[in-house]
Design a binder for this molecule. Structure first.
Ligand SMILES: [Zn+2]
Length: 68
């Protein structure tokens, strides 16, 4: 059976700006800082994940019993 597992969103440090909320960008040979697009300047993001598990019964037809 297919089972869907969804993890609740967790607050994590933004890796794009390392928690600073700003990223360095080069514009016309000048270095400026812009608001990080990933965390929108907050320095933190929420991370959630979704998994799909495919669970099937294990049926050892070919394996013979070792207790004989
Ligand atoms: Zn960020």
């Amino acid at each position: 059976m297919i089972q869907e597992v969804e993890k609740e969103p967790k607050v994590a440090l933004c890796r794009n700006c390392r928690g600073t909320g700003k990223v360095a960008v080069k514009k016309l040979l000048r270095k400026t800082t812009e608001i990080c697009p990933q965390c929108n300047g907050s320095g933190r993001v929420t991370v959630s994940c979704k998994m799909t598990l495919d669970i099937r019964p294990y049926n050892p037809k070919v394996v013979q019993s070792a207790n004989e």
